[in-house]
Design a protein around this ligand. Structure first.
Ligand SMILES: *[C@@H]1O[C@H](CO)[C@@H](O)[C@H](O)[C@H]1NC(C)=O
Ligand SMILES: *[C@@H]1O[C@H](CO)[C@@H](O)[C@H](O)[C@H]1NC(C)=O
Ligand SMILES: *[C@@H]1O[C@H](CO)[C@@H](O)[C@H](O)[C@H]1NC(C)=O
Ligand SMILES: *[C@@H]1O[C@H](CO)[C@@H](O)[C@H](O)[C@H]1NC(C)=O
Ligand SMILES: [Cu+2]
Length: 368
């Protein structure tokens, strides 16, 4: 695609999410429906995969173009902004949710912030539609359906047309780095180049691991519907506690899938050079978007579970490890702006409460 046209599209996308200059409330002209991955037809899956694989050069070439020599793509821009926003902590609680702590391979502890995730996945979806011509349903992965057999989850289908592929090759040679060799994102299925934060193949290392704490249970015991139901029933009106519980599930999926989604450092790069880069690697994995849409869906279900949940928003949106740290903003409220670096203008949490109002304009199908 012509670069100037692409740039134009992105500018339009950014303007489209900016509050109307005239102050006129805008309405959704239609609602997009988000669907569970396994309910998509092969054709719908093929189109989504195809849109993700389309290589559009980065619209923001001035960022780090010396490092990447203009190789960065629009897809890489999302990996860039996922981490870039988190790197700038300006005494604002909303920066912290982007931080991930890179301690050891396959052990990612990321703070997830439902409001940030909602806007970020929305921006990615909008980008697929506006610059990659996607018009099908936005997919999510309801891993609660697969908790008893995570390895057999339909998201890991091998089809070179519509499958996301299975676990990577971790041991065919000493250099094997869990590169994904099956499905539509394998090198044999056509180009899917990841350039940010370093050029590398898509990596995956499916493993049942425990989470951060030694007493945590393996993923196939935490990711089921019982846990979600318990959380929903026990956190009415308390956004902070709900979000905190979702964090465990969020991390367990990242850790189970491993590789890029777990923020692992590629073998070819010295571990020290990967410090703080975990959250640049995680969006490299297309499953990232299906997982985060699922978390967004669970939040949406929680919001509709009880009237006091819908706009619930409590002080500290984070796990308060250190309450004296000034970065934990106890005064955080629904009108504070969340920054999105190159992806969009800042957005106030209040604007993302209702997915069915402008500009979000989507809803989730009922599971059945
Ligand atoms: C978790 O997976 C292990 C290994 O596949 C299996 O033995 C165990 O039964 C599973 N547990 C649950 C609760 O699904
Ligand atoms: C894959 O994950 C397992 C379990 O964490 C780990 O022992 C192994 O080293 C990983 N393989 C690679 C190549 O990273
Ligand atoms: C859900 O809550 C019930 C009752 O407190 C408890 O027995 C059960 O273990 C919980 N399930 C999960 C998966 O946490
Ligand atoms: C908590 O944060 C404050 C302010 O940043 C810092 O001085 C202190 O060392 C931190 N305490 C711990 C236990 O990390
Ligand atoms: Cu995540």
């Amino acid at each position: 695609m012509d670069r100037s046209i692409l740039f134009f599209c992105v500018i339009l996308a950014v303007l489209a999410v900016h509050p109307s200059a005239q102050g006129q409330p805008q309405k959704c002209s239609k609602l997009l429906i988000r669907k569970e991955w396994r309910t998509l037809t092969h054709d719908e899956k093929t189109k989504w995969v195809g849109a993700v694989k389309v290589h559009h050069p980065s619209s923001f070439g001035h960022h780090d173009n010396t490092v990447l020599g203009g190789k960065r793509s629009l897809y890489d821009d999302f990996s860039y902004s996922h981490a870039a926003v988190g790197d700038r902590v300006h005494g604002n609680a909303y920066f912290l949710p982007w931080r991930a702590f890179f301690l050891s391979p396959s052990l990612l502890q990321a703070y997830t912030d439902m409001r940030v995730d909602r806007w970020y996945t929305y921006l990615f979806d909008t980008s697929l539609r506006q610059t990659c011509g996607y018009s099908g349903p936005t997919p999510y992965w309801d891993w609660t359906r697969d908790h008893a057999n995570l390895f057999g989850a339909p998201v890991f289908e091998d089809s070179a047309e519509y499958g996301l592929g299975g676990t990577g090759d971790c041991d065919s040679s000493p250099e094997a780095d869990c590169a994904v060799t099956t499905g539509a994102f394998a090198p044999s299925a056509g180009t899917f180049e990841l350039a940010w934060p370093v050029p590398h193949p898509l990596r995956r290392n499916l493993t049942l691991l425990t989470g951060w704490f030694p007493h945590e249970r393996p993923q196939n015991r935490t990711l089921g519907p019982d846990y979600v139901r318990n959380v929903t029933e026990q956190t009415t009106g308390d956004f902070f506690r709900f979000q905190h519980a979702m964090e465990l599930l969020h991390n367990h999926v990242h850790n189970f899938v491993g590789g890029d989604l777990a923020g692992d450092c590629p073998k070819a790069i010295p571990e020290d050079d990967c410090q703080g880069m975990a959250d640049s690697f995680t969006p490299n994995e297309p499953l990232f978007w299906l997982h985060h849409a699922q978390l967004d869906r669970l939040w949406s279900e929680w919001q509709h579970h009880h009237p006091s949940n819908f706009a619930a928003f409590s002080g500290m949106p984070l796990a308060p490890h250190n309450l004296t740290d000034p970065r934990y903003d106890a005064e955080a409220h629904a009108d504070h702006q969340m920054p999105f670096d190159i992806q969009s203008v800042p957005v106030a949490p209040r604007r993302v409460f209702d997915t069915e109002s402008w500009p979000l304009c989507y809803r989730y199908t009922n599971e059945e």
